[in-house]
Design a protein around this ligand. Structure first.
Ligand SMILES: NC(=O)c1ccc[n+]([C@@H]2O[C@H](COP(=O)([O-])OP(=O)(O)OC[C@H]3O[C@@H](n4cnc5c(N)ncnc54)[C@H](O)[C@@H]3O)[C@@H](O)[C@H]2O)c1
Length: 342
């Protein structure tokens, strides 16, 4: 991916403002009157609103509504942010002051979610982009759109994922490859292109940290019966996390995985028509269960803390990763005690 001159300028402007202690985001705008002309972002004094560099115009937006919040004006991409864990993570981090790109295959839903959040948190603080994270060109577009909208990328939440269960007899190559592409290959693609921007930010300011957070699963720490395509992709993702962490450490880019337990109240499990509780009840998977509610109780009983994982639990772990400057390459369980590390 070529990082064009406009994007390079936008990144340099934001980093120059941040190094002056000015929290802001920067966006590319059409030509307009009253812009301050300069040849380099390093000449910014800090009071500029709109500037022109080489015929390109940039607006510097100082939005201090979220000053003091944990992620004040940090720029985040959340893949698969239109529903489920991803949507819940977007809700939590935007309330903590993050600027968010919701990157999802389901663009209609992503646009709807972004519109609702704009009403709640302010225009310009969130936008949606259609992305297939398993497609290289689509990932490049997602990263470029985020830089053009906000001026950089500080946090990638690599959340988009799919689950296709099946035994060795049932699983076919096409399904196995699809799961691997979305859960494993896509993590490489997103990290490849997001880290390019993060390295440019680091080149502007050697004290600036950025974070890549992969949403793995408890099935990334412990095998999953008749669900190996999913578990293997999540285990593999943790291998990528450890390797990326070592490679990106010199650029102050931290890379961690979060391994949530089951989101039992989310659509995957609780949907009254298609949810796993209903499916497992009908399939008789839980011996002695007389209702869907009995199946739910069984899965809750597997969790020492006796409840499913919520997006807010995962969001807390993401914020820990961002705030903790002295840790990288970890896989953090958020399972209510269901999976414990050795
Ligand atoms: N739900 C759980 O119990 C659970 C438990 C542990 C880990 N996880 C992990 O959390 C993440 C989110 O899971 P969820 O249950 O919220 O899923 P979900 O199916 O509810 O939502 C996934 C989102 O990702 C999007 N998506 C799917 N493929 C995509 C692609 N190729 N490109 C872009 N977007 C794509 C979907 O459109 C959807 O909006 C996944 O990585 C999953 O493995 C889920």
């Amino acid at each position: 991916m070529e990082v064009c001159e406009v994007c390079q300028n936008i990144i340099a402007i934001r980093m120059a403002m941040l190094s002056k202690g000015i929290s802001c985001y920067v966006k590319s705008v059409p030509p307009c009157e009253g812009a301050k002309k300069m040849d380099c972002a390093c000449k910014l004094e800090g009071d500029e609103k709109v500037i022109e560099i080489n015929g390109n115009y940039f607006e510097i937006v100082r939005d201090d509504k979220y000053a003091g919040k944990r992620l004040n004006n940090k720029i985040a991409i959340v893949t698969g942010g239109a529903q489920g864990f991803g949507k819940g993570i977007v809700d939590e981090i935007i309330a903590e002051g993050a600027l968010v790109c919701i990157a999802d295959f389901n663009d209609a839903l992503a646009i709807k979610v972004a519109g609702e959040l704009e009403e709640q948190f302010g225009k310009g603080r969130v936008f949606a982009v259609k992305a297939d994270v398993s497609n290289e060109e689509s990932v490049q577009n997602m990263v470029k759109a985020t830089v053009a909208a906000f001026g950089g990328v500080d946090i990638l939440v690599n959340n988009a994922g799919i689950a296709r269960a099946g035994s060795l007899e049932e699983m076919d190559e096409k399904t196995f490859t699809m799961v691997t592409n979305v859960n494993y290959k896509a993590y490489f693609l997103c990290t490849k292109y997001v880290s390019m921007v993060m390295k440019m930010q680091f080149a502007c300011n050697n004290n600036y940290y950025a974070d890549i957070v992969q949403i793995s699963s408890k099935s990334g720490l412990e095998g999953s019966n008749k669900n190996f395509a999913y578990a293997g992709s999540k285990f593999g993702g943790i291998g990528l996390t450890q390797s990326f962490a070592k490679e990106l450490c010199p650029f102050k880019i931290k890379v961690n995985s979060i391994c949530p337990g089951n989101y039992l109240d989310g659509p995957l499990w609780s949907d009254p028509e298609k949810g796993l509780f209903k499916q497992y009840f009908e399939a008789g998977k839980v011996p002695g269960a007389k209702s869907v509610e009995d199946v739910r109780k069984h899965y809750m009983s597997l969790v020492p803390m006796n409840r499913g994982c919520f997006p807010k639990d995962v969001a807390k772990a993401i914020m820990y990763c961002v705030e903790q400057e002295y840790e990288t390459g970890q896989a953090i369980p958020v399972t209510g005690g269901q999976v414990m590390l050795n």
